[in-house]
Design a protein around this ligand. Sequence first.
Ligand SMILES: NC(=O)c1ccc[n+]([C@@H]2O[C@H](COP(=O)([O-])OP(=O)(O)OC[C@H]3O[C@@H](n4cnc5c(N)ncnc54)[C@H](OP(=O)(O)O)[C@@H]3O)[C@@H](O)[C@H]2O)c1
Length: 290
Amino acid sequence: MMRKILLLALILSAASPVLALETKYVTLNDGHKMPVFGLGTWTLDNAQAEESVYIAIKEGYRLIDTARYYRNESGVGRGVRRAVSEGLIKREDIFITSKILHGYNPDEAVNDSVKALGLDYVDLMLIHQPGYNDEECYKALERAVKSGKVKSIGISNYYTPGEFERINRIASITPAIVQNENHIYYQNTELQEYLKRYGTFIESWYPLGGRGNTREILNNEAVKKIAASHGKTTAQIIIRWHIQAGYIVIPGSKNPEHIRENINVFDFALTDDEMKIIADLNQARRFENW
Ligand SMILES: NC(=O)c1ccc[n+]([C@@H]2O[C@H](COP(=O)([O-])OP(=O)(O)OC[C@H]3O[C@@H](n4cnc5c(N)ncnc54)[C@H](OP(=O)(O)O)[C@@H]3O)[C@@H](O)[C@H]2O)c1
């Protein structure tokens, strides 16, 4: 009985749609804590990843997103280890996410990822995309949790409740995270609502539109107006919107100025009206098709 009450309290706190302003962490449905904001590293090579991760940690970032597919896990790991060796953080202070692709031997992929990062364990491992052996991949992730190589697990690029349930019905550990394309023009509101029953969070990729599309999102007239009224940049308004809307957000950057700018979103709040203005920008329009 007590266990059931505790589990319910955990799920309710994790599913809270609007985060308290000072909150920089959420509690996942498996009890682990995850920062609501971090650094994305897609397209960064190993040297850029090392430098960007190191700078980000210095600036206060505590969540880094990488993947086997990005081929920069060793750079990410070096950046983290440099920060740890200089005493900026301890290993347990930083939350590392990586992803394995379907189609490979999943147990080997997990081992390779942990080895490339060189950080003993990965905080969150996702299946990068749906694919022919993704259910077997998920089982491998569950084995990795059991063996201590991975703390939390989830999926990426599953956009409907049906797609989520195909994995969830074979899972003994409910996915903690669904990492999806999610931005002001493509808001995952329906899936977010559905996932609340499981305490599963959506993590937004392409929050700024991704490489090649940022100009469009960052120059949106409505967002510009809100930015001017807060004395913030449009990137900061958009990042803040993701956090207040209950998403976890990982803007990507290899530019130290942008890395500094993007974390500077915890000293102001968008009003309900401003949140609604941005919610109304949804066009159900994706930039990618995977
Ligand atoms: N699971 C998946 O399938 C998937 C797919 C795509 C991405 N992701 C993850 O999600 C992360 C975020 O997505 P993303 O990096 O592709 O796209 P994004 O975060 O939407 O945009 C990154 C682009 O925005 C620029 N930028 C960053 N901060 C800025 C600022 N303050 N002002 C102006 N421009 C700024 C970056 O350039 P600079 O480098 O010059 O700052 C870069 O060109 C990725 O890095 C990756 O970790 C996951």
